[in-house]
Design a protein around this ligand. Structure first.
Ligand code: PLP
Length: 400
């Protein structure tokens, strides 16, 4: 079977909830993927940052296979010998006293929402069913019905309601005055992405995160950052909120927590928040399973052992500098942090992505006019140089 045969089957028998580029990946290693026709591509999306450590990372793979040959799933009805190591590793790495393991990113966001609401009722004293969580314009936190209910992107929320809008007031991302105006005695938490990934690598104004923290402290509100995409090195630090030296009450992580082997997500918090949920009140059959947690510990170790956070910084600067040197009337600007780059065009980005694919680079447009370049953090200078040549070629071709 060739590319077109796979696509035909997919289109016929699969739900049409994505609009992927027409490349059918068969295998991958490091920063490179190979399609079913044998063509190689440089992956500049890294599974939306889930494969920060590179595709099929050999160290994580070894742990994955070893653990899969012992025990994969116990459910939380019984304890397993990997989960304690996962808790300990996250505590040592992040300084948060506790963590709550889940699977997908959206589930971890849901878990943080439940924790915040329960904290509001049990600790803050908000009346039952009145807790509000302030979110930001342009947010992306996943696809559950609760989460899409507080998105302002019609392709996320339209046709899936009804929603409980008053439970999630929205402020303008980056605007502290607007945030302050949304605070009420019932505000349980403020939930934001420290940099908005799906929004197109949107970096808030300097001082915003510090301001959010201050408003939260002054009003006895929990500050929650969703670091599912921005965290674990993608933005050039362990967490993107480190750029402003803040310490949120809850941090949500996922994606690269597994190195792309297995869905693992988690909420990090201190005991004063985490222990508001009691046994039997929240859980997931697969959350905290031995395979996922063993893989996650190894995925975190690889970030440290291979200095991937420093690399993200260094290579990100290099990539951005090179992108900025490309001259074209169609390029608006280049922004980013670490290896998380928004290449903002004055025109639609889809054509560029399709042509880049022909040249052997995989990336995806976001919000019509933005291309996000987010390769695995192991990318080398030579690979960036190679990519720049191709990107320049495509930009020039489309200029003409
Ligand atoms: C910031 C953020 N939060 C949550 C999610 C949802 O994660 P998942 O797709 O694993 O449910 C994503 C996914 O892109 C994300 O970028």
């Amino acid at each position: 079977m060739r590319t077109k045969d796979y696509i035909e089957i997919e289109n016929e028998f699969g739900a049409h909830n994505y609009h992927p580029l027409d490349v059918v990946v068969e295998k991958a290693e490091g920063c490179w993927v190979t399609d079913v026709d044998g063509k190689k591509y440089l992956d500049c999306l890294a599974a939306y940052s889930a494969v920060n450590q590179g595709h099929c990372n050999p160290k994580i793979f070894k742990t994955f296979v070893e653990q899969a040959s012992k025990v994969t799933l116990t459910s939380r009805a019984f304890r397993n010998d990997q989960l304690p190591k996962f808790y300990k590793k996250l505590n040592e790495l992040t300084g948060y006293e506790m963590s709550l393991p889940m699977n997908s990113g959206a589930e971890a966001v849901e878990s943080a929402i439940k924790l915040a609401r329960r904290w509001a009722y049990d600790v803050k004293g908000v009346a039952e069913n009145k807790a509000e969580i302030i979110v930001a314009s342009g947010n992306f936190h996943g696809r559950t019905t609760t989460i899409v209910g507080f998105s302002d992107d019609p392709s996320s929320f339209k046709g899936f309601g009804p929603y409980c809008k008053e439970a999630f007031p929205m402020h303008e991302y980056g605007n502290l005055e607007d945030l302050r105006s949304k605070v009420t005695p019932n505000t349980a938490a403020v939930l934001i992405e420290p940099i908005q990934g799906e929004g197109g690598v949107v970096i808030p104004p300097d001082g915003y995160l510090k301001g959010v923290e201050k408003i939260c402290k002054e009003n006895n509100i929990l500050f929650i950052t969703d670091e599912i995409q921005s965290g674990l090195g993608r933005a050039g630090k362990l967490f993107a909120h480190y750029y402003e030296g803040v310490r949120p009450n809850m941090v949500i992580i996922g994606k690269a927590l597994s190195g792309g082997f297995y869905p693992v997500s988690a909420v990090l918090a201190d005991k004063n928040v985490m222990l508001v949920i009691k046994p039997g009140e929240h859980g997931s059959t697969f959350g905290g399973n031995p395979l996922g947690t063993a893989v996650a510990v190894r995925a975190l170790e690889v970030l440290e052992e291979d200095n991937l956070i420093e690399r993200s910084n260094e290579m990100g600067e290099y990539f951005m500098e090179k992108l900025r040197s490309i001259k074209s009337p169609m390029i608006d600007f280049v922004r980013g942090r670490g290896l998380w780059i928004g290449f903002v065009l004055k025109t639609k980005a889809r054509r560029y992505c399709e042509m880049l694919k022909e040249e052997g680079i995989l990336c995806k447009e976001t919000h019509e006019n933005i291309i996000r370049f987010a390769p695995p953090l192991i990318i080398k200078k030579e690979e960036i140089d190679w990519a720049i040549e191709k990107i320049e070629k495509v930009v020039k071709a489309l200029d003409n």
